[in-house]
Write a protein that binds this ligand. Structure first.
Ligand code: HEC
Ligand code: HEC
Length: 457
C-alpha cells in the first residue's frame, strides 16, 4: 500500500509489510515515539513563525520577487522547497522536520536530517519519515532566518551562534552533524554535567549524508564505522545543548525507549516503477557472488553480517573515520550514553561497515558522504561525476537515484554561498567519490542485471 503524505504515519506503520507481526505493545510504543519526535521540543526554539514567513525578503533576486508575488500558500511551498522541508504526513499544516508549538515557535527535530521523500512512481513523491532528507539546506535556512531576525529585531538562537563558529553543511542534503556531536560532548563530563574547563575538542569539519532509519533494526553497532553499540540513550546525543542538564536526560530516558521502538519499526519503501524480474534474477546471482560477503543476502532467510571493512580495502573518503579520534570515542564510551562503558565502543574501528542494502533504491545519494548520486555510478566507479547538481526532477529510474547534471568543474555562479551548496564537488575536503571498486569484477551485462536486482531489495 502506498503511504501518501495525507495519511497518518501510524497507518503507514501498520500497513508496512512485516514478516513477523509486531507485538501490540511494541506498536503502541512506536506510535508514541513518533508523536514525541514531531510534537515535543527537546531544544530551545530556532526561530518563530513570523521569522520563517518573512525570510523570503532576505533571498536574492529573482527569488525575492517571485516570493513577493506569490500567495501565502505558494510562498510557504517555495520556502519548503528551498530549505528541504516537507509537510508532516499526519498533519500537513506542519513541517515534519521541525516541531511547531502553539505559540508558533519552530524547533528542529530528528527528521530535519532523517525525514525525506521517496518517489511514488507517478511523478510525485511520498513523505517517508526515516528516509534521509537529501534536500535539507540547514546552512541556507539558518543564514536567511538569521537575517530575518535582525530585520525584525529578534534575538539570535543557538544555531545562529553555533553557525558562526562551525560550518553547518557545505552541500545541501549533508550536514556537519558528527562535529556538532563532538563539540557538544566535549564540554560534558561522563555524567553529562556541563564543564567549560574541558575546552573545545579537536575538530575536523566535514559533511555526512544521514543514513536511512530502516537500517536501525538490522544493526547491533551504529554509525558508518560501527563504533557505538545500539541503545536508547545514544539516541539522545542531539539534545546536548547547554540548557539541557543531566537531570533532563534522566527524565527523558523513558520517552527515548519509545523513540527506540519507533525507529526499530521503520520499514523501507518498495520500488514503485516496473522491474524486469528475469533480469533481476540474473543480477541476484552476480550479487551473491561479489557483494553478499560484505552486504549480506536478502529475501527469505536473508542474513546481514554487519562487516567492518578496513579503509584501505573500501577506499572511500576517509575524513569521517579520522575525524572521530580515539579520545572522542573514549569520551562517548565512558559516558552515560554508553552506560559508562557497559555498551561496546570501538576506539579504533579502522574502516567502515558495509551497510544493509534494504530499500537502497530510495536512499540516494550513496556512500556515507553522499558523493555518488545513483546506483549506476556506484556500479561504474570510473565514470562517477566530478561535480554534480540535482535537477528539478526528483528521480532517475534509469540510473536509480537522483537525476543530476554533471560538470567537470564548478561553474562561475557556484562561487560561494547558497548557490555553491547546490553543487556537490567531489574534489572538496571529505567529499571524495572514489573507492568501493568491487563492482569492477563484473562484466557490463552483469552490472546491468545487478542494477535491476538492487531495485528489488
Ligand atoms: C543535523 C542532522 C541530524 C539530525 C538533526 C539528527 N541526525 Fe541522526 N544522524 C545524522 C548523520 C549525518 C548520521 C550518520 C553519522 C555517522 O554514521 O557517523 C546520523 C546517524 C544516526 C543514527 C545511526 C544510524 C545507523 O544506521 O548507524 C541514529 C540511530 C540517529 N542518527 C538517530 C537520530 C535521532 C534519534 C535524532 C534526533 C534526536 C537525530 N539522529 C538527529 C544526522 C542527524
Ligand atoms: C569488501 C566488502 C564490500 C564488498 C565486496 C562490496 N561492498 Fe558495497 N560497501 C562496502 C562498504 C564498507 C560500504 C560503505 C562505504 C562508505 O559509505 O564509505 C559500501 C557501500 C555500498 C553502497 C552504498 C550504500 C549507502 O547506503 O550509501 C552500495 C549501494 C553498495 N555498497 C553496493 C555494493 C554492491 C552492489 C557490491 C557488489 C558489486 C558491493 N557493494 C560490494 C563494502 C563492500
Amino acid at each position: 500500500m502506498a503511504c501518501r503524505w495525507l495519511l497518518m504515519t501510524a497507518i503507514c506503520l501498520l500497513a508496512a509489510p512485516t514478516s513477523a507481526a509486531e507485538p501490540v505493545a511494541g506498536r503502541a510504543a512506536a506510535e508514541r515515539g513518533y508523536k514525541l519526535l514531531v510534537e515535543k521540543a527537546y531544544l530551545p526554539p530556532d526561530f518563530d513563525q513570523e521569522v520563517f514567513d518573512t525570510a523570503w525578503k532576505e533571498r536574492p533576486e529573482p527569488l525575492r520577487s517571485q516570493a513577493e508575488k506569490a500567495s501565502p500558500e505558494e510562498r510557504r511551498q517555495l520556502a519548503f522547497a528551498r530549505y528541504g522541508l516537507t509537510p508532516r504526513p499526519d498533519d500537513p499544516s506542519k513541517p515534519l522536520q521541525y516541531v511547531v508549538d502553539d505559540a508558533g515557535k519552530w524547533t528542529m527535530n530528528c527528521f530535519a536530517c532523517h525525514g525525506g521523500t521517496v518517489p511514488d512512481g507517478q511523478g510525485s513523491v511520498t513523505v517517508w519519515p526515516g528516509a534521509p532528507n537529501s534536500r535539507f539546506a540547514l546552512q541556507t535556512l539558518t543564514e536567511e532566518t538569521r537575517l530575518a531576525k535582525a530585520a525584525l529585531g529578534r534575538p539570535f538562537s543557538r544555531m545562529d551562534v553555533g553557525g558562526a563558529f562551525i560550518p553547518l553543511g557545505g552541500s545541501n542534503g549533508t550536514t556537519n552533524a558528527v562535529m556538532f556531536g563532538v563539540v557538544l560532548m566535549g564540554l560534558r563530563d561522563p555524567d553529562l554535567n556541563f564543564d567549560a574547563k574541558r575546552g573545545v575538542p579537536q575538530m575536523t569539519h566535514h559533511d555526512m549524508d544521514a543514513p536511512p532509519w530502516w537500517h536501525f533494526q538490522r544493526k547491533k553497532m551504529l554509525y558508518i564505522d560501527g563504533f557505538a553499540e545500539k541503545g536508547h540513550r545514544g539516541l539522545m546525543q542531539f539534545m546536548l545543548v547547554r540548557s539541557n542538564g543531566p537531570e533532563k536526560f534522566r527524565g527523558w530516558e523513558e520517552e527515548f525507549r519509545d523513540v527506540f521502538a519507533y525507529i526499530s519499526s521503520i520499514q523501507p519503501p518498495k520500488y514503485p516503477f516496473p522491474i524486469d524480474e528475469k533480469l533481476a534474477a540474473v543480477g541476484q546471482a552476480a550479487f551473491n557472488r561479489v557483494c553478499a560477503d560484505c552486504h549480506g543476502t536478502y529475501g527469505k532467510d536473508g542474513r546481514y553480517p554487519e562487516k567492518l571493512v578496513p579503509i584501505e580495502d573500501v577506499g572511500t573518503d576517509r575524513v569521517r573515520l579520522d575525524a572521530l579520534t580515539p579520545a572522542h570515542r573514549d569520551a562517548y564510551g565512558a559516558s552515560w550514553f554508553a552506560n559508562y562503558g557497559k555498551l561496546a565502543n570501538l576506539r579504533d574501528p579502522g574502516g567502515y561497515v558495509a551497510p544493509p542494502l534494504d530499500g537502497i533504491w530510495a536512499s540516494a545519494p550513496y556512500f556515507h558522504n553522499g558523493s555518488v548520486p545513483t546506483l549506476w555510478y556506484v556500479l561504474h566507479p570510473g565514470e562517477r561525476p566530478v561535480v554534480w547538481k540535482r535537477t528539478l526532477a526528483d528521480y532517475d529510474p534509469k540510473r536509480v537515484g537522483l537525476e543530476i547534471e554533471t560538470f567537470t568543474h564548478l561553474p562561475a555562479e557556484a562561487a560561494a554561498g547558497w548557490q555553491r551548496r547546490e553543487y556537490f564537488d567531489t574534489r572538496a575536503f571529505g567529499k571524495s567519490a572514489k573507492g568501493h571498486d568491487f563492482p569492477d569484477e563484473l562484466t557490463a551485462d552483469e552490472k546491468l542485471a545487478l542494477l535491476e536486482y538492487l531495485k528489488t531489495l
